[in-house]
Structure formats: C-alpha cells, structure tokens
Design a protein around this ligand. Structure first.
Ligand code: NAD
Length: 497
C-alpha cells in the first residue's frame, strides 16, 4: 500500500467574506482548524461574533433589496460560470484543504466530496436560469364577476441563511450556492466550526475572481454554533437552507417559527439495503463494507442496514464479512484508503458508545468494534460489522455516523419492506434482485427520498435529493430544489377591453 501523499500541503483562507470584503472578525479573535488524521492544528480562522453575523445579514439584505441581482439573469449566469471556472482552477488546492480539515480520503474527494459536485453543481443551476419557467400564464377567468388575466411569477425568496455540516462541506456548499444564487437570492454561508476552510476558500474566490456584487454572498466562520441560530432567528433572513443532524433541524424549526422562516432541511438517515432472495450475493454484497465505511461512515445517505432473507442469511453474512477484510483505512492522503478518521474525538467517542450499546443490547460483533491499535494518532474507529441485529435495537434505529454496518434477517418481502420502513428516517435505500422489475416494485414501497435499484446511482445536480419523515423537508438539487429557493406570486389584471 502506497503511503506517499499525492496532494499539495494545505493552507486555507482565514478571512471571512462580508459585504464584498475579505475580513477578520471584528474582535480579532480566531479559532484553530484541526486535522482529524494528525490531531494537529493546521491553521486559524476568523471567529465571528454576533456583530459580524449581523453585518453579514445586513449586507445580504441590502444587496437583495437594492441591487439588480434578483432580476438580472445574465449577470447571475455569468457569475456562476466565473465561480465554477475559478474553483476548477484551484481544484487541487481545494482538495488538499478538504483532506486536511475533513480527514476525507483523497479517493472520496474524486467522488461526491469534490469532483462530482464541482462538475455540475454550479453550472446546472446556471443553465437552468435560461430554461426555468419564471412565469406561466393561467387561463383568463372571471371570479366575482370580474374578467381577469392571471400570471404565476417565480421570484427569489430573499436572503438565504446557508448552514453547512462538516461531513461533505464543499459538496453541500456548492449545491446550496448554485441553486440559491441562480434563483436570485443573496446568501449568508455558515460552515461547521470543524471545516471552515471549505467555505472561506469559496469566499476568497467570489471576492477576487467573480463579478458577484458585494453582499450577494457572505461567509461567516465561528467556533460558536449559535452563530448559526442567529441566522434562524433574525427577521431579515427569509429562508434557512440547512444540512445537518435531525436534532439541530428540529431546533431550527422551533427557532424559526416566530419569524415564520421558510425552511429547507436536509437531515440524517438510517438507510436500508434490501437484498431479495434471488439476488447474486457476491455481486450484490461484495462491496457492502465499502458502502458503509467510506469516509468513516460519515455520510447521510449511506446504506447502514443490510436486510438479508433468513434462508440465505449465513451465506450473505460471509460475503459481507469478507468485504470488510478489504477495507483500506488510515491516512486519508493515501490513494488506496477509503476510510479516514472520524471528524473529532467527540465523534469517535459517540461512535464507540453506539458500538457498546449494540453489544449490551445483544447484537453479535463480527468485525472490528474498537479503536485500531496501529493508528494511535487520529480519531479512527475500526470498520465494524454487527450481525443478528433486531431492527428495534438502538444501532438499527439511530444514525451512528461511523463505519458500522448492521445486518438484519427478514422472513419474506413484506417483512423486508416493513423493516426498511420501520425507521424515523427516510433518506435513502437500495434494493437488489435478479429481476429489475421485482426490485423496482419493492423500491416503490420504500418510504424514502432516493432508492437505488441493483446498484443504480441517483446522484447529480439535476436529481432532487432529500428525505421523507425525519430525514428532512424539501429537496437539494433538481427543479424541485431550484423551485424551493423561490417565492410564488400571482399577478392578475382586468381583462375587460
Ligand atoms: P449538526 O447538526 O451538528 O451541525 C450542522 C451545522 O449546523 C453546523 O454548521 C453547526 O454549526 C450548525 N448548528 C449547530 N447548532 C445550530 C443551531 N442551534 N442553529 C443553527 N445552526 C446550528 O450536524 P453535523 O454534525 O455538522 O453533520 C452531521 C449530520 O448532518 C448528520 O446527521 C448527517 O446525516 C447530516 N447530513 C445530512 C445530509 C443530507 O443531505 N440529508 C447531508 C450531509 C449531512
């Protein structure tokens, strides 16, 4: 296994972007950015206080209310194309910063962490500006005896507070910025304290490499989570676009109620992979461990519950256990590695706590279950496999956000669907079978926002992504996502000649 780093050393942007200027915090305070693989501080970032956030909101409000950003389609398209080109130019630098602050393996940056969203996350919304139905006529009508013409008009929601988690920070930033800006909103971005460089780098590119007017995008970094809450409670913000945990999403919903905030919430998941009884187990499960351990299991849509038919349970479990022996984990700069560290020691303790809970509730530990002895530095957890799991156990119901896979037996197809849907979450899922038709019929019965059939990939800027139930409200990407950043207005006029 090669251990030669293939990336340039990271050095992130420490300044925020407020009203077109790259600035330090008013207080001058900074906080540490820490590499989870080395536990070393890799740099400093501005530590915003409430005053800085208020400045950013004021700038976004002013830019929305007084500039032509909300109505100038050509300017928006050009600016998004400029931002895309600027980001592509420094793609390798972004990659190295991501690896350093997120601890994500370089292999993962070539997928959803960076390369995939950068390919179309800004350009698809930019192109959609030209094809979106901004206005549509309704038939003339006569209500209350008044003959009238009527027109439905789509307008930007206003000031968007974009709150971002640490697990896929650049991916989520790109997908929020692309859609919110294409639809004519102004934005205040608030990255997670663990991964601020992902957002400050884009702030620097916006300030120095695009014609995006001052105040249209603002980036505030803070060690204090409540800076995010300020965006939620401030009446000058119209819409909160949040990606993160269901617990925080719930709190945002409550805190946003007094100002009737428009909410777009992308939350957690506990997605099931149903393997039907005629599936080719080797082909279907040969990579099960990769799906669960990639990026240390820190993905919202990962398939963390595998449902096997009771009659083929032992056979399927053997294939899965074998796939665990092939998971390369460790140094995220190693191109062979697919699992790096957890983001923080707190997260590692949380994952280990779930593993203990699985043991105490009677699940059978097949692989892993602790801290790897050969990786004493970095917040690592062993790839972990539990068998004989009952779906009512904590490790089957709650999102662990670690490299932990649980395998659950089922009796028949109805039982499999019942177990898959017996979850507070409904973000994603998968079905595998010999016959695509049969798998598709089961996929239609799963209550989740995305389902993969026989390994299909639903990902893309044109593909609406989001959850049923407690996995969220609304969709990221696609026309459905685009529309969510808009308000709907009906204008009518007298049709009397
Ligand atoms: P988190 O909820 O702890 O934090 C997310 C963001 O919210 C951070 O920027 C944080 O500073 C901010 N925040 C925290 N408290 C806040 C408050 N009271 N008001 C406003 N903002 C607040 O989530 P996390 O631990 O950073 O990320 C992991 C979670 O994100 C997982 O549950 C994962 O499933 C979820 N996630 C969901 C998706 C999706 O698309 N559905 C994608 C990625 C991650």
């Amino acid at each position: 296994m090669s251990t030669t780093p293939t990336v340039t050393p990271a050095s992130g942007e420490s300044r925020m972007l407020i009203d077109g200027q790259l600035v330090d915090a008013r207080s001058g305070k900074t906080f540490d950015n820490v590499n989870p693989a080395t536990e070393q501080t890799i740099g400093q970032v501005a530590d915003a206080s409430s005053e800085d956030v208020s400045d950013a909101i004021a700038a976004a409000r002013r830019a929305f209310d007084t500039s032509d950003w909300a109505t100038n389609h050509a300017l928006r398209r050009r600016c998004l194309e400029q931002l895309h080109a600027a980001a592509v130019e420094v793609q390798e630098q972004i990659r190295s910063e991501l690896i350093a602050e997120v601890g994500c393996p370089i292999a993962v940056t070539r997928l959803a962490q960076l390369d995939a969203p950068l390919a179309d996350g800004l350009l698809w919304p930019a192109r959609t500006i030209d094809s979106f139905e901004w206005e549509r006529p309704l038939a003339d009508a006569e209500a209350f005896g008044v003959p009238s013409w009527r027109r439905v008009v789509k307008e930007p929601a206003g000031v968007v507070g974009a709150i971002i988690p640490w697990n896929y920070p650049t991916e989520i930033l790109i997908n929020k910025l692309g859609q919110a800006l294409a639809t004519g909103n102004t934005v205040v971005v608030k990255p997670a304290p663990d991964t601020p460089w992902s957002a400050t780098r884009f702030g620097q590119l916006i300030a120095e490499r695009t014609d995006i007017p001052a105040g249209v995008v603002n980036v505030v970094t803070s060690s204090d989570h409540l800076v995010g809450e300020q965006l939620v409670t401030d009446a000058r913000v119209d819409l909160i676009s949040f990606t993160g945990s269901t617990a925080t999403g719930r709190r945002i919903m409550a805190q946003g109620a007094p100002t009737m905030k428009r909410l777009f919430l992308e939350l957690g998941g506990k997605s099931a992979h149903i393997v039907l009884d005629d599936a080719d187990l080797e082909a279907t499960l040969g990579f099960a461990a990769f799906g669960a351990c990639m990026h240390a299991g820190q993905g919202c849509a990962m398939l963390t519950r595998v449902l096997l038919p009771r009659a083929r349970y032992d056979q399927g479990l053997d294939v899965i256990a074998n796939s665990f022996s092939m998971v390369a984990y460790g140094d995220p700069t190693d191109p062979n590695v697919i699992q790096g560290p957890q983001i923080s020691s707190r997260q590692r303790e949380r994952v280990l706590g779930y593993i203990d809970k699985g043991l105490s509730e009677g699940a059978r530990l097949v692989v892993g279950g602790g801290r790897p002895e050969h990786l004493p530095v970095g917040w690592y957890v062993e790839p972990t496999l539990f068998a004989d799991v009952d779906n009512s156990m904590t490790i089957a119901q709650e999102e662990i956000f670690g490299p932990v896979l649980v395998v659950i037996p089922y009796d028949d197809e109805d039982d499999a669907v019942r177990i898959a849907n017996d979850s507070p979450y409904g973000l994603s899922g998968a079905v595998s079978a010999q016959s695509e038709e049969r798998a598709l019929a089961v996929a239609r019965r799963i209550r989740s926002g995305t389902v993969s059939v026989n390994g299909g990939v639903y990902y893309g800027a044109d593909s609406p992504f989001g959850g049923y139930k407690q996995s969220g409200v609304g969709r990221q990407n696609g026309i459905e996502g685009f529309d969510q950043y808009c308000e709907t207005k009906v204008i009518s006029g007298s049709a009397t000649p």
